[in-house]
Design a protein around this ligand. Structure first.
Ligand code: TPP
Ligand code: MG
Length: 547
């Protein structure tokens, strides 16, 4: 194909099936922007590069194919770094394309020059400068392959201005499906023997079990073996269906109600546990359940996680082979049913409490009421995340997007925008704290400009609530964590969105429902009463006797 570098780049992206690019260009990207103007790819302009990177990462998370974002050199590219880390720790495939000054002549000396390829090295699976237009198709193909391959993650290509305008003749590289090695029969046999020997097996689904392509295989595995299961925060939703075998989410590392079930188990089948998450339970050196680890690559061993045996290979193929071999011969431990009811009973406590300001249990309960089963809730990071992880029940994969890996603030709204772009027919709700929302609230304009139907729930405590809570748990005096907020209703309205303020707990469901029915971008500010954090998560769980 005879073309200039930027045309070749855009053609190579089209060849990979890219439909949109999130970005905020600079003058070094102008050739690329012009090539995009002539392509089918939509340019989604954002108001901060961090937002664009969160959006691209979320696209990768939800589709399994890399989301793409574009920025200029130096300052713009550096604004990608948090998004890069978010995708790196969260295993989300993403391609970042950044501009650079011409490499053959440098009339601007070192103006805006930063070693971005170097800065991206610890945050990506691959980071390269493109030094000749003819290499673009190969580099793009390789970037996509590496981003998608297990463990998925971000890759970075830097396109200097002169290479973007260079004429060349290079063919596009055909895409190919990624093949994944499968586990050896001996490893499967070993796991089958352990599972059959166990009296009280339990399945745990971790972050790496939560890949779009695994949903059917994992759901089938649970259905066919009838082994009860729980998940980590980022494993939430990987098994679909309103399964009676679901015990809960391990949002804390110990002492939660779910840990009673974990302690009762004699074997845990840890599917795709990624130690990038806080531990869902703590393994001792010689006591507690044995652990069979199922993953794409061998487990990262930690002081609190050291599996007894491993089955390494494509997770989908492994669990299907296990289900075939186990053939409903697994012990079904009756006590898990009672434990499940007990856990659910605890999680239902105070869910309909009508105190105002609203308590977290009621918030989660009311959100569940207005979000249909396939609706998507995108969380930012704050205290409410623990409540949503524990109490929000999902039955469809990828319907509660939370980040328990980098756990960065600021991704709630951008990830919701991305989810809505991918699934325009689903209800999408961003849930943010007043701290996290203000970190990327400028993307309200992006949502309005894109004419999205999107609802943003802003939980107001005028504080960095989670840190304030930890401060209290650690017996530090209450200091330095509070702030003032803008008038969120006026703030939303100033963007051309619709602002609402909840003044009584009974208003929450009707306000959210009306916002979804009316369409457009809505912000609903809800004052929260966080006293339950201490009462439940510290006092009640701290006093819980095990057994
Ligand atoms: C970018 C970033 N900065 C700081 C933190 C540390 N941190 C975690 S939660 C939190 C407070 C969040 O406050 P807010 O969004 O208001 O939620 P709340 O806990 O008050 O509900 C902070 C400061 C972080 N995770 N990410
Ligand atoms: Mg707050």
């Amino acid at each position: 194909m005879r073309a200039k570098g930027s045309d070749l780049l855009v053609a190579a992206l089209e060849n990979e099936g890219v439909e949109r690019i999130f970005g905020l260009p600079g003058e070094e990207n102008l050739a690329v922007v012009e090539s995009l103007r002539h392509s089918k790819i939509e340019l989604v302009l954002t108001r901060h590069e961090q937002g664009a990177a969160f959006m691209a990462a979320t696209q990768g998370r939800l589709t399994g194919s890399p989301g793409v974002c574009l920025s200029t050199l130096g300052p713009g590219a550096l604004n990608f770094t948090t998004g890069a880390a978010y995708a790196y720790l969260g295993a989300m495939p993403m391609l970042m394309i950044t501009g650079q000054k011409a490499i053959r002549s440098a009339r601007q000396a070192r103006f805006q020059l930063v070693d971005i390829v170097g800065a991206m090295r610890p945050l990506t699976k691959m980071t390269r400068q493109i030094v000749s237009a003819a290499s673009i198709p190969t580099m793009v193909r390789d970037a996509f392959r590496i981003a998608m391959e297990e463990r998925p993650g971000p890759v970075h290509l830097e396109l200097p201005e002169d290479i973007a305008s260079e004429d060349c003749n290079a063919p596009l590289i055909p895409t190919h499906l990624i093949a994944r090695p499968i586990a050896s029969p001996a490893a499967i046999k070993g796991a089958v023997e352990l599972i059959l020997a166990s009296k009280r097996p339990l399945i745990m689904v971790g972050a790496a079990g939560n890949r779009p392509r695994l949903v059917e295989a994992l759901s089938d595995f649970v259905r066919r073996t009838q082994i009860p299961f729980f998940n980590t925060q980022m494993g939430k939703g990987a098994v679909t269906g309103n399964s009676e075998l679901y015990l809960g989410t391990a949002a804390l590392s110990e002492r939660d109600y779910i840990h009673e079930a974990i302690e009762h188990a004699d074997l845990i089948i840890a599917i795709g546990h990624d130690t990038v998450e806080k531990p869902p339970f703590l393994m001792g050196s010689n006591c507690g359940p044995r652990v069979v680890y199922i993953g794409y690559a061998s487990a990262t061993v930690e002081q609190v996680f050291h599996p007894d045996t491993e089955v390494i290979g494509d997770i989908g193929a492994t669990v299907t082979a296990l289900a075939d071999a186990l053939q409903q011969r697994v012990h079904a431990a009756a006590k898990f049913t009672a434990l499940r009811d007990k856990i659910r009973g605890h999680l239902a406590e105070r869910a309909e409490d009508d105190r105002f300001p609203v308590i977290p249990q009621r918030l989660v309960h009311d959100v569940r009421k207005v979000v249909p089963e396939d609706g998507i809730v995108c969380l930012d990071n704050g205290m409410y995340k623990i409540w949503f992880a524990r109490n929000y029940r999902t039955t469809v994969a990828n319907t509660l997007l939370l980040d328990n890996a980098l756990a960065t603030m600021g991704a709630g709204l951008p990830s919701a925008i991305s989810a809505k772009c991918i699934d325009p027919d689903k209800r999408v709700l961003a849930v943010c704290g007043d701290g996290g929302f203000m970190m990327n609230s400028q993307e309200m304009e992006t949502a309005v400009r894109l004419k999205l139907d999107l609802v943003v729930l802003v939980i107001e405590d005028s504080a960095y609530g989670m840190i304030r809570w930890k401060q209290a748990v650690d017996h530090f005096p209450d200091f330095g964590m509070t702030f003032g907020n803008p008038d969120f209703v006026a703030y939303a309205n100033s963007y051309g969105a619709h602002g609402h303020r909840i003044k009584a707990t009974s208003e929450l469901i009707p306000t959210l429902e009306k916002a979804f029915t009316e369409g457009g971008v809505h912000l609903v500010a809800v004052p929260v009463d966080y006293s339950e954090n201490m009462r439940v998560l510290v006092e009640e769980l701290g006093n819980r006797s095990i057994g």
